[in-house]
Write a protein that binds this ligand. Structure first.
Ligand SMILES: [Zn+2]
Length: 129
């Protein structure tokens, strides 16, 4: 989750490097009006806490996808080495095993984590002070 605001002078977005759970906690920590310079035009903005919004963090998304693909490759390879190449399973179970362990589990974990991230973003954006 990334916090950001739109500059009232140039209408460009500036990101804030804070980690807060919700808008109320942001207000408690930084006050109702937060002063921050726009990254694009340098103008000093006095931002009301309700003008700050949360959105997805692209870096988190990329890192989590890379991690998920890494886990897919690792688990598929692990499953293949231990159960398929040794021919301890019949062909149907090998296919099911690779799909389940190598693909479904990493995607499921990624989906759960991403849904939690979207939940945090929604909670921040839905609750105004
Ligand atoms: Zn600006």
């Amino acid at each position: 989750m990334r916090l950001a605001f739109i500059c009232k002078y140039c209408s460009e977005e500036t990101q804030l490097n804070f980690v807060v759970g919700d808008r109320f906690r942001f207000m408690v920590k930084h006050g109702e009006n937060y002063s921050c310079r726009c990254e694009q035009c340098g103008a000093l903005n006095e931002i009301h806490v309700n003008r700050i919004y949360a959105r997805t963090n692209k870096l988190t998304l990329i890192v989590s996808l890379v991690f998920t693909f890494g886990m897919m490759i690792y688990l598929s390879n692990h499953f293949y080495t231990n159960y398929v190449s040794g021919r301890t399973l019949n062909i149907g179970l090998r296919g099911v095993g690779i799909v389940t362990i190598g693909l479904a589990i990493p995607l499921f974990i990624w989906g759960v984590l991403y849904a939690a991230e979207l939940g945090r973003i929604r909670r921040f954006n839905d609750h105004r002070v």
